[in-house]
Write a protein that binds this ligand. Sequence first.
Ligand code: SF4
Length: 343
Amino acid sequence: MRPAGGPGAAPPGGGPLLEVRELTKHFPIRRGLFSGVSGWVRAVDGVSLSIAPGETLALVGESGSGKTTTGRCILRLIEPTSGAVRFDGANLLALPPRAMRRMRRRIQVIFQDPYGSLNPRMRAGTIVREPLDIHRIGASRRERDERVAALLRRVGLDPAMRDRYPHEFSGGQRQRIGVARALALQPRLIVADEPVSALDVSVQAQVINLLMDLQEEFGIAYLFIAHDLAVVERIADRVAVMYLGLIVESGTREEIFKNPLHPYTRALLQAIPIPDPARARERQVLRGDPPSPAQPPPGCRFHPRCPSAFEPCARVEPALMEVAPGHRVACHLYPGEGGAGGS
Ligand code: SF4
């Protein structure tokens, strides 16, 4: 059994807007259509995190780390296997479907692929107006149309473009439509699942600037999911790093970028391209691919790829321990109570 960790990625002070405790999602493996379950993919394996109002928590890890599944479980786009998700004091996992639909007004999502997530047969204005129609917001169609125009303007699009179809926009413009749609219901939290990964670097910066401006204006909190630490460096207040279904390190942006402790976090940071060739020589490349979450390695899940692995790593799973205020790490190099050096 995995040792009990700390409270995961927790905001300092104040009550959280979102609180996730020991969230798990295990997918059954079936060999054929009619065969029984032969194993489980432990996509999310006990994730705890919190987000304060108006805060951005970046959830970062390679493909297969479980970060997207975590986001989808929070939104209940897929049902978690176990755990607790509280939003603004309400237990989301206990809400009946109707109450959950109402709650979705306050928790919105932006997807990675702005083209795939926008209905290609709907005009931009209709896409943005749809949530207003569904939730019957605005006294009349005219009022909703005015709101759509204001939303398009706010995300940097000309309302005159409202009659165009998604394929008539650039990738960055399509993502702005997705942001306008997410904003329509004035959410308190947006789960942004790799929102800029499909965009060119210069367009990424523009969309991140827009998200930061909107946060300042409307006090929105973000769960910002990304595979690349470079992308979150400006937007994140705090960062939680995931590996094979677990949070292995979390802390403020400053702590994670200036004082990364977990060898996996360090490897992710070293993978960020730097123009200086002298520094590039010091880079340590992450070895191999992550193992399958269907068969996570025993002990520390990172040990087959870890350049610092030592005796207890393949045997004992490290707990997520607080090593400085708000900075937590799951690694035997930083033992504490419950770690390799603990009693
Ligand atoms: Fe590496 Fe061991 Fe730390 Fe895991 S616990 S990250 S294998 S040093």
